[in-house]
Design a protein around this ligand. Structure first.
Ligand SMILES: Nc1ncnc2c1ncn2[C@@H]1O[C@H](COP(=O)(O)OP(=O)(O)OP(=O)(O)O)[C@@H](O)[C@H]1O
Ligand SMILES: [Mg+2]
Length: 359
């Protein structure tokens, strides 16, 4: 019973020095091995029984002291790591350089630094996303409010008597109708943006002939270009040239670029063309329009960004067109680029992979 009590006390000591259950057999095994080795040595140098017992006793004491020293040291290190983890959780560090571990734990310190920086970057990214989301919601509600207020205004004026005034009733209805169309376009653009950004946009990539594709789109714009007295030309392209992409999505890209070119050009021409290279084709839409100030060039692809908000809104624009273009072109592993000079004109272009014909 006494012996059992002794064991319990010993186990308690082991518990206090935090030996895990898997470590106990290892230590026990090491201990037995050392005792056997020790006995072997004493056997060789022929000691009497009292000396042997004394030596074993001394050995056990030394063994325990050394072990407790190392285990304590390890426990301190573990406690330090726990404190660091706690500190990271409670945001107690300003930079990763403040996290320090003893020299023997250098590798662990490097890993903790890396983890800290990753957490920092993730949090930064989440904060930015949150900001973008709030801005987006603000913009959407603002853009929705404008046409809804206008429609509401026209309807109220009509109801308050203007409906019987032949001079204005038709104009008011037409204007209200124009705003309904704008609202519809905005909703379609928003649906596209959310589909693209939530990666739900299915791409159907294949080779197709570029010339009929562009000719077709351009024919839809002849009327609006003529109305503004603008030339709309397709520069000559090799009629057999085939490019790789999603035809429907690329049509959306071309429509957005040509609409912009016509919208933001007062006189001159809009040219659409393709320049052939060895492996790819540069598709471009060029105009002699108002141009884009240098400072706005890298912002026009952001959602809702417009150089001249009032002018664009008057024309029914919401600033989503180029954001959609950017996403679609990027889904083709390409990049939309722009060159522009204020008052001279702009050129938007991107590259598509071309079909190489075997000769
Ligand atoms: N060809 C161009 N010439 C001059 N400015 C342009 C041209 N294309 C785009 N921009 C500028 O870039 C801004 C963003 O274009 P984007 O197509 O995204 O929006 P939008 O045309 O205003 O509206 P939306 O296309 O959504 O109807 C425009 O408001 C305009 O200021
Ligand atoms: Mg546009």
């Amino acid at each position: 019973m006494k012996q059992l009590k002794g064991w319990v006390i010993d186990l308690k000591i082991l518990k206090r020095i935090n030996l895990t259950s898997t470590e106990i057999p290892t230590y026990f095994f090491l201990f037995i091995l050392s005792v056997l080795f020790f006995l072997f040595i004493t056997f060789i140098i022929k000691l009497n029984i009292t000396q042997i017992i004394f030596l074993i006793f001394a050995f056990v004491i030394i063994f325990l002291i050394v072990n407790i020293f190392f285990i304590r040291k390890r426990n301190n290190e573990i406690q330090l790591i726990i404190n660091i983890m706690r500190g990271i959780r409670k945001n107690q560090f300003n930079t990763s350089a403040e996290i320090k571990l003893p020299g023997n734990l250098n590798e662990l310190e490097v890993e903790i630094h890396k983890m800290y920086r990753k957490i920092e970057n993730d949090i930064d990214r989440l904060k930015k996303l949150e900001k973008v989301r709030t801005e987006f919601l603000g913009n959407v509600s603002h853009e929705l409010r404008t046409p809804i207020f206008a429609i509401q205004g026209y309807i109220e004026t009509l109801l308050n008597g203007a409906i019987d005034d032949k001079k204005v009733n038709r104009t008011f209805l037409e204007k209200a109708n124009q705003h309904v169309n704008n609202l519809n376009n905005l909703l379609n653009d928003l649906i596209d943006i959310s589909m693209i950004e939530s990666k739900q946009m299915k791409m159907s990539l294949r080779y197709f002939k570029l010339t009929p594709f562009i000719e077709n789109i351009i024919s839809e714009f002849k009327e609006s270009a003529e109305k503004k007295n603008l030339e709309l030309n397709l520069l000559e392209i090799n009629p057999e040239l085939e490019v790789f992409g999603d035809k429907e999505r690329l049509k959306q890209v071309m429509i957005n670029l040509i609409t912009n070119a016509i919208k933001y050009t007062e006189k001159g021409k809009v040219e659409v063309g393709a320049e052939e290279f060895d492996k790819n084709v540069r598709v471009f839409v060029k105009d002699t329009g108002i141009g884009i100030p240098e400072k706005d060039l890298n912002r026009i692809f952001e959602r809702f960004y417009r150089v001249d908000k009032n002018r664009s809104r008057e024309m029914g624009g919401t600033g989503l067109g180029l954001a959609i273009v950017k996403h679609i072109v990027e889904a083709h592993n390409s990049k939309i680029e722009v060159k522009s000079q204020l008052g001279i004109g702009s050129e938007f272009y991107f590259f598509l992979k071309k079909l190489k014909r075997r000769i």
